[in-house]
Write a protein that binds this ligand. Structure first.
Ligand code: PLP
Length: 393
């Protein structure tokens, strides 16, 4: 009999988004005359920028001719794309050698694969509510998972204490779903904790481009000591509207060594064995997206989502209902009124105000009793939802 990975059997059924989709579809079918205000989506809506489109067209043209055609590339990224990422960091005074940079097909891919570097016996710490991949990918390997819960008392930014014990920690800042972000002083506590215990932090920086506050770091490497304890995983999905185009990057510093092994060397071995890298055309697109011109063009889209965040946050402030986010991340995290669960408030918001949100229960411990609002909706929907939220709450 084939021995399979029975840890998959321990995963929760993938009912969460199915249930949301079914509820929304059945409401829309029963009320075809009512427009739904969709603040549930975690996906960008704007098109790719002109700089990216131009670079992609040029790369397609190169692939069309024998003299400029590219076959297999370096599995962990072309020199030009690694240089573009290193330069993107350097413009923010974060210095990486190109060897520390790995090009990927997006943050989700590397979040799923990074566990390859760690033992099955490693204890994983997740700060929740969290993007579900941290827990689910580690459940698939059968690792022990412990969680630190974000709540109103700690501002949804849990910090380590003397009792906190783990080998591998997943941190996401700015955070999906709470929209909160660690300040430099707070994140330093995690870096010091990890260095003291020789733990490793996997820092998910997928929303770095949304940071507006001066004291909020966009990269964990803005903190001294991070290069000896942290891996950073990021992507162009939210930075440059690449959710459907797919390109990301991971930084594994050469100084990150555990049990005598360089994690950068291990990751090189892992990637060159398991993947053949990202297409030439996409890497040229990524290079353009991270160029000063590309970043300036993407700022317009990010500014649009940030303005949606301001509109929603201003409305929620008027209601007096507890919420976080809407400033350094494209999400707001709202406590449900009258002790309702996230699911109950989700149902009620659709029925009474035609607003679609995401129930907090989908994001692990600490999620119950909250909903997530996204800033990726249209301006009209966002403004109307803001008006209706003031009336309801
Ligand atoms: N990390 C977080 C916190 C996210 O919210 C998402 C996507 O929504 C991802 C990673 C995945 O990003 P990518 O599109 O780069 O795979």
């Amino acid at each position: 009999m084939t021995k399979i990975n029975t840890a998959y059997g321990q995963l929760p059924p993938a009912f969460f988004f199915t249930r949301i989709g079914e509820t929304v579809a059945s409401y829309a079918a029963a009320h075809p005359d009512r427009h739904l205000l969709r603040l549930g989506v975690g996906d960008v809506t704007g098109p790719l920028t002109p700089a990216v489109i131009e670079a992609m067209h040029a790369a397609v043209e190169e692939q069309a001719h024998a003299a400029t055609f590219h076959g297999y590339l370096n599995e962990v990224g072309t020199d030009f794309m690694k240089a573009a990422v290193a330069d993107y960091y350097a413009r923010r005074n974060v210095i990486h050698s190109k060897e520390d940079v790995f090009i990927s097909s997006g943050a989700a891919d590397d979040l799923g694969a990074i566990g390859n570097l760690f033992s099955r016996d490693a204890t994983v710490l997740v700060t929740e509510p969290a993007y579900p991949a941290y827990v689910d990918t580690n459940r698939m390997t059968g690792r022990r998972i412990v969680s630190l819960t974000g709540n109103a008392e700690n501002g949804f930014l849990p910090l380590p204490t003397d009792e906190t014990d783990a080998d591998l920690v997943f941190l996401c800042s700015p955070n999906n779903p709470t929209g909160t972000a660690y300040t430099k002083a707070q994140l330093k506590k995690w870096v010091d904790w990890a260095n003291e215990r020789k733990a490793v932090i996997v820092f998910d920086a997928a929303y770095e481009a949304f940071v507006q506050d001066e004291d909020v770091p966009r990269s964990i490497y803005e903190l001294p000591g991070a290069e000896t304890c942290a891996i950073e995983i990021s992507s162009l999905s939210k930075t440059a509207g690449f959710t459907g185009t797919r390109l990301g990057y991971t930084v594994v510093p050469g100084k990150l060594v555990r049990e005598g092994l360089s994690l950068r060397d291990m990751w090189t071995q892992d990637r060159t064995t398991r993947t053949n890298g990202v297409s030439y055309i996409l890497q040229r697109a990524g290079e353009a997206a991270l160029s000063p011109e590309g970043v300036a063009q993407s700022r317009k889209a990010i500014g649009f989502y940030q303005e949606n965040g301001r509109i929603l946050a201003d409305a929620l402030k008027k209601t007096g209902q507890l919420f976080t986010g809407g400033r350094n991340a494209p999400y707001l995290w709202l406590r449900c009124p009258d002790g309702m669960t996230g699911w109950a408030f989700f149902d009620e918001l659709i029925k009474t105000a035609q607003i679609v949100v995401t129930p907090g229960e989908g994001f692990g411990s600490g999620g119950e009793g909250y909903v997530r609002l996204s800033c990726f909706g249209s301006r009209g929907d966002t403004e109307e939802a803001a008006r209706r939220l003031i009336q309801i709450l």
